[in-house]
Design a protein around this ligand. Structure first.
Ligand SMILES: Nc1ncnc2c1ncn2[C@@H]1O[C@H](COP(=O)(O)OP(=O)(O)OP(=O)(O)O)[C@@H](O)[C@H]1O
Ligand SMILES: [Mg+2]
Length: 364
């Protein structure tokens, strides 16, 4: 990823709406050809930031650069970007090919050239043969593909996608996620996706900026965000994280000794404390799948402790156990992949639980 040139650069970008401080010093670079996501809760500023790239929103201070050029004063229609909106803004009274060719109408292309370009764009989004159909006679997913084709036909350097899949049902959304990834690899354009769906961001992105209240809280690849979140807030927003009260005993040579409520004294690597001190108290975090309920005769690969099962949620392929580790006041969640022939344990069962110091994250 490092060898790719920079496509977008935010330099200390601030945006005020009247008194409201919507973007609070955004610094980030997005690389050419990257699938980049802006992820965060409603109102955190994702759409605002996307619109500053598109040129639909003037910034209050700082700078936005696209492909090395300052964008101040450059109107939206002269930027090498194109935007696809949440509510697929296609024209229902036009045909599919008229919709897709809409952006090219000013170029006054020869009929056969236009037809070829429209055909190529439709093929890219899996709508070959749909050109003559009225746009009103399409499913939600197909309409969104028309909107994509219409954006892609202009060959932008950057495609901006503001929650483009949120109006689709779950099945269609998952299918379109896979197709969008394939499409992005195929065309090689920089995609910037806005979503408040953490799974969607994890599945699709090369890198993700997690935003809260107008700021980027963490910018990293999906695995780093999931395994090494830099704050409890990021950890909580992405997937499920268990937290356990803890205190730091000593720190030296890249090792940190921590006293935990449920696992006792444990030594971890400094890389397992990726965040700055927030002053919100010290705790250890761990994901549900990093613990394992041990069945009779099973040996823990690493460490083990005793626990009581307090809740069982059966999902077919998975079972979630809420267990109270001996010495802890609140239960923690363990997710286990179900294996054919192995029973699901009942509430109240005493069990051994395997855990691993390497899977712990320290927040303080
Ligand atoms: N034109 C505007 N005038 C005043 N305030 C605005 C304007 N546009 C957005 N805001 C405010 O700025 C903040 C960020 O809005 P934005 O639309 O960027 O959020 P978002 O992260 O895209 O949220 P969502 O997930 O709900 O779409 C919100 O508090 C919003 O109310
Ligand atoms: Mg938005």
């Amino acid at each position: 990823m490092n060898e790719r040139p920079t496509m977008i650069e935010f330099q200390d970008v601030h945006k005020y709406y009247g008194d409201y401080h919507a973007l609070r010093g955004i610094n980030a670079t997005i690389k050419a050809g990257e699938f980049f996501s802006l992820l965060g809760p409603s109102g955190c500023g994702k759409t605002t930031l996307l619109r500053t790239i598109a040129g639909f929103e003037e910034i209050s201070s700082g700078a936005v650069l696209i492909d090395g050029k300052h964008m101040e004063g450059v109107p939206a229609n002269q930027r090498p970007t194109n935007m696809v909106f949440q509510s697929y803004a296609i024209f229902p009274h036009l045909t599919v090919e008229e919709n897709v060719g809409f952006g090219l109408r000013r170029e006054r292309l020869a009929k056969d050239v236009l037809a070829r370009r429209v055909g190529e764009a439709l093929e890219m989004v899996g709508l070959k043969g749909y050109g003559a159909r009225g746009a009103h006679a399409l499913s939600g997913g197909q309409r969104q593909r028309v909107a994509l084709a219409r954006a892609l036909i202009l060959k932008p350097k950057v495609l901006l996608l503001d929650e483009p899949l949120s109006a689709l049902d779950k099945k269609m959304r998952e299918q379109m996620q896979v197709e969008l990834i394939k499409l992005q690899r195929q065309v090689g354009i920089t995609f910037i996706l806005v979503t408040h769906d953490q799974e969607e961001a994890l599945v699709m992105s090369d890198r993700i900026a997690v935003m809260f209240e107008g700021e980027i809280a963490q910018l990293a690849d999906p695995e780093t965000l999931y395994r090494r979140p830099n704050s409890r807030k990021v950890a909580d927003f992405i997937g499920t994280m268990n937290f356990m009260p803890a205190s730091v005993v000593s720190e030296s040579g890249g090792r940190i000794e921590v006293d935990t409520q449920g696992f006792g004294r444990v030594e971890i690597d400094a890389a397992q404390a990726p965040g700055a001190t927030t002053g919100n108290g010290t705790s250890i975090g761990f994901r549900p799948e990093t613990l394992t309920v041990l069945f009779e005769g099973q040996v823990a690969a690493d460490r083990e402790c005793m626990a009581t099962i307090e809740e069982v949620v059966y999902f077919g392929d998975m079972t979630y156990y809420d267990v109270r580790l001996d010495g802890m006041q609140t239960p923690v969640r363990i997710s286990m992949r179900n294996v054919f022939g192995r029973p699901v344990l009942d509430i109240g069962t005493r069990t051994r639980v395997a855990w691993s110091p390497g899977a712990l994250v320290l927040f303080r």
